[in-house]
Structures are given as C-alpha cells and as structure tokens.
Write a protein that binds this ligand. Structure first.
Ligand SMILES: Cc1cc2nc3c(=O)[nH]c(=O)nc-3n(C[C@H](O)[C@H](O)[C@H](O)COP(=O)(O)OP(=O)(O)OC[C@H]3O[C@@H](n4cnc5c(N)ncnc54)[C@H](O)[C@@H]3O)c2cc1C
Ligand code: SF4
Length: 503
C-alpha cells in the first residue's frame, strides 16, 4: 500500500485548487504542511499590512483545514519541514520565486508538482516564444494567444466586438469637479480574532526588535480567505467592472481605488484562480451588464499582463534582476524608502507615497508614472527600487516585481518589455489626475520656484540619456525637443539643486 504523502503549501498557494488531487496534484486527503517562517520577516523591512495579510491568510487556512493541517512556526523552512514531517517524503507545488524553487529542489524529500494559479504553463510559453528572439516577446501577441487558448472573449475565433485591443477607449481623464468616481466603493473585509492575534504578534516582535516593519496597518483591506476572495470578486464584477475601463489610467487625489478590482492580493495569495476572474468578466459582458471596453481591459490585465509577467520572470532568468542598462546607481533616499509622505510637497507624489504608507497599495498608474517615474528620473539603482516595491506593496512577490519594476518601470533591460522608458513630465500627470490644482508647483513650469519637479526631472532624464534615446524612434522626438529648449541649463540647474531632497 502506498502511503499518503503530506503536501506542503507556501503562503501564496492557499486556494482550494492547490489541494486538488489527481494527475500533477497532491495525494488525496494529504495532510497539509503550512510553515510560518520567521526568517523571511527578519531579513528585510516589509510593509506592516503585507506581513499582516500573509500571516493572517496562512493562519486562516490552517484554521479551515483543522486536523488536516500541520502548522509550524519556525526560523527557516528547512527547520519547519523537519518539525512537521521529519524526513518523510512530501509533495509541494512549484513555488513562485527562484529562491524557493532552489530550496525545494535541494531537499531530497520533496517532489515538486507543476505550478498552479496561472492560465499558461511553461510549455505553452516556450512554444510561443520559440524563434521570436528575446526582443520580439511582445505582450500584445502573447495576450492574443492566451485568449485563443482559453476561448476568451471570442466570437467564432475572432475577438468579440471585432478588436483585440480597446486600450484607446480606456484612457479617459478623470471627471472634473468631483472628488471621487461615480462608482460603488470596493468590497471591504471584516477583521476577526485571527487578525487581532496577528497584529498583536507583529507589535510584540517589533517591540522586541525581532522585525522591522514599514508603514501602517489600518483596517485590513484585502481578502485572506477563499470565502472573502469570492465575495470581493463577485462585488467587483457586479458593481465596479462596468466602470473599470474608461478611467483605468486616471488618478484622483480623493479616490485611490478608482474602479480597480483590488484583486491582486487574493490572486497572488492563490485564493482566486485567474480563469474564474476572466470568465466572470466575460459572463458580465455576455449578460449585457458590463461594456466591452471594461471587460477587455480587465481580461487584458489578468490574462495578458499577469501571465506575461509570470512567464517572463522564469524565461528571462536571474540576469533580468541585475540588469542596469541605464547605469543607474543612486541610492534610494530615506524619505522615500521610509514612506515619509509628509516630507513631500509635490501633491501627486505625496498622495502616492501616503497610499503606500497607509495601505501598501496604489493602482498601476501611481506605481508606474509617479513612484517608478520618479525613481527613473533620479537614476536610482533599479535593484534597490525593485526591492523597495517588493517590500512596500501588499501584492509584491518576487515573480511579479522583477519584470514590472526592473523591466517595465526602470527600463533596466533596455526595452525587453517596453518600447520606451516610462518617463513623463508634469503635463501627463496634469492630464490624467486632479493633483496639480492643489500643488505648490505648476506642471508646465520648468524654472523658478514653482517649476514642476516631474517636468524638470523629465528633461534631466532626457538630457542624461540623450544618446540612447536619440536612437529609439519612439523617444527621438524628446531628444529633438531638448535641443529646442532655450532654458535647458536653467532647468538642469533646478534639477541639480533639488538632488535627492523630497520635492
Ligand atoms: C512598478 C509596478 C509594480 C507592480 N508591482 C506589482 C506587484 O507587486 N504585484 C502585482 O500583482 N502587480 C503589480 N503591478 C501591476 C499592477 O499595478 C497591480 O497588479 C494592480 O495595480 C493591482 O491592483 P488591482 O488588483 O486593483 O488591479 P486591476 O487594475 O484591477 O487589474 C486586475 C488584475 O490584473 C493583474 N495585473 C495587471 N497588471 C499587471 C502586471 N503588470 N503584472 C502582474 N499582474 C497584473 C493583477 O492581478 C490585478 O489584480 C505592478 C505594476 C507596476 C507598474
Ligand atoms: S505640478 Fe508637478 S509635482 Fe505638482 S502635482 Fe502636478 S505633476 Fe505633480
């Protein structure tokens, strides 16, 4: 008789799908090992809300599994596994980081099962990528293949509505004259005794100097159980998806959530499966309760970007993490690293940093065009920036941060993921937000005391990388623009004098 091997779940493998038995799955009714690994928290300063979410999700899962769970608190994963099962054989699903994969492969007792939680497997990506070369791995093309593979939002093999890409309909400016979008608020969870216990533990560990945490842990904002994740998804699909598309790129000072789904946390904890999210969105379109631009926009994020980033993390290898094509070496200043939003006067950056401090989350445009753009303009070391995003964001994991930050936001790979750097001045921020009205700076001013720091930063960036940017058809115009600036020296002087101080 074969013995049932215990199955080890990492903290981002918590949904029911990870325990489904069958080919490539764990043994039926396998005992479940969950390890609360203290050294992960000790090594680096994570956001308090992130530490809370991960510990709360793990402990909730153990409580749900009851007698089936072997919950261990240990200094390291090796020690935890020893305590849970000794040297017995265990199964574990392919982890989401290269470090964790190295660890489980090095343990002779573990059998590594295929990953879960994504719409594409490695073979699908390899087949698609074969023959394309590293510089031809374009999101748009990959996204279409994913839709075809899953028959997603297609009518007779053609894209629903006749277009694959409705981005052009999804770039509206925020509505003027209102603090918030006219959209139902997001779903919020109710905390329970486990949350209270987690918060007390974190406070105690911090008092004893065992961990150092960043930011604030206000009311928990994201799901930590499958039941909560289902409620959050259902609420989004019914109440917020219809407005997701049009204001997808817009920002309002009084409405950090806009019409975004807030589902990255439950997706990345493994509590939601991406297929149920995109099928749910498609069902809303077919039922006539959500317009195509919103549904395509959401499907593109989940079936396109999320899959693409997951696959590139593995495909591009460890050297992607250390890429630094722009030669950026500056250290992240303390005010930014420590989320000191109160030190910042520039309204847009102050709001973005305050959101990170208070909830560990901002939507994709503040990440890219405020925080990432600032780091890029100021030549911060992309590895430090990636590490900061990973620690400071509630949905940050190695696989998702390396491509998004090193590749997309910091252009450290010289354009493997994007056709041009995401550097922009105040004019873009002014167009897409209501921040500038209350700011002490003016988006179109380049010199003088009211010169917008994003605008001067933008010209500083173009001037600093003019040779590289001149050779790219998508940025060559910016370099010609530089030649036409009659006050360039004065602009660069403002930039130099600001240096690393908070703007
Ligand atoms: C610099 C930078 C760093 C980022 N870091 C992370 C991160 O650590 N973790 C993370 O999950 N996302 C990250 N993203 C992608 C995106 O910003 C977040 O997924 C999104 O803001 C989460 O909020 P939401 O769930 O409301 O997303 P929505 O706007 O509602 O989008 C729906 C879902 O699409 C997926 N998605 C969209 N874009 C991406 C992407 N580029 N990469 C991966 N998934 C995507 C997410 O699962 C998200 O929940 C980053 C983007 C940038 C530009
Ligand atoms: S003026 Fe510049 S710094 Fe101020 S909010 Fe606008 S873009 Fe940001």
């Amino acid at each position: 008789m074969t013995r049932t091997r215990p199955h080890w779940l990492f903290a981002d493998q918590l949904g029911p799908g990870f325990l489904e038995p069958g080919p490539g799955g764990p043994d039926p009714d396998a005992p479940v090992v969950l390890i609360e690994c203290r050294s992960v928290l000790r090594r680096r300063a994570f956001h308090r809300a992130k530490a809370h979410l991960v510990l709360s999700a793990l402990r909730h899962r153990a409580a749900e599994l009851g007698a089936r769970a072997r919950y261990v608190r240990a200094d390291s994963y090796r020690e935890g596994l020893r305590e849970a099962v000794g040297k017995a054989a265990v199964t574990v699903r392919h982890p989401t980081s290269r470090a964790a994969l190295g660890l489980v492969r090095a343990l002779p007792q573990t059998e590594v099962l295929p990953p879960r939680g994504f719409l594409t497997d490695f073979a699908f990506f390899r087949t698609w990528a074969e023959g394309r070369g590293r510089r031809r791995l374009l999101l748009e093309d990959f996204y279409r293949k994913v839709r075809e593979r899953h028959d997603l939002l297609l009518d007779g093999g053609e894209p629903a509505g006749g277009r694959w890409n409705l981005d052009a309909d999804n770039r509206e400016r925020p509505p003027r004259g209102g603090d918030r979008l006219p959209v139902d608020p997001p779903w919020w969870p109710q905390e329970d005794a486990i949350d209270e216990e987690v918060r007390a533990d974190l406070d105690r560990w911090e008092r004893r100097g065992e961990v150092r945490l960043l930011g604030r842990d206000g009311p928990r904002r994201f799901p930590v159980t499958r039941a909560e994740a289902e409620q959050a998804l259902a609420h989004f699909l019914a109440r917020r998806l219809p407005d997701f598309g049009r204001w997808e790129d817009a920002m309002l000072a009084g409405d950090p959530w806009m019409a975004h789904s807030l589902l990255s946390v439950p997706l990345n904890l493994g509590l939601l499966d991406p297929l149920e999210c995109v099928r749910g969105a498609e069902a809303a379109y077919r039922a006539g309760t959500a317009p195509l631009n919103s549904v395509e926009g959401f499907v593109r994020q989940v079936a396109g970007w999320r899959e693409y980033v997951w696959q590139l993390y593995w495909h591009l290898g460890e050297e992607h993490r250390t890429a630094n094509a722009l030669g950026h070496r500056a250290d992240i200043p303390d005010w930014f690293a420590e989320l000191d939003a109160d030190a910042v006067e520039a309204s847009c950056l102050r709001h973005a940093l305050a959101e990170v401090r208070d909830v560990g989350w901002t939507h994709h445009i503040p990440r890219l065009m405020l925080l990432g753009n600032w780091a890029l303009q100021h030549g911060w070391d992309p590895r430090q920036v990636t590490d900061w995003f990973h620690r400071a964001f509630v949905d940050g994991y190695d696989w998702v941060m390396v491509p998004n930050v090193t590749g997309m936001s910091q252009y450290a790979d010289a354009g493997l993921m994007t056709t041009k750097p995401y550097a922009a001045g105040g004019a873009y921020i002014h167009r897409m937000s209501d921040f500038c009205g209350s700011c002490r700076y003016r988006p179109h001013e380049r010199t003088g005391p009211r010169a917008c720091p994003y605008t001067t930063g933008y010209w500083g960036f173009v001037a600093g990388h003019r040779a590289l940017l001149a050779g790219n058809p998508r940025t060559a115009r910016a370099v010609s623009g530089l030649a036409r600036l009659d006050d360039l020296e004065a602009v660069l002087d403002v930039e130099r004098r600001r240096a690393a101080a908070p703007p």
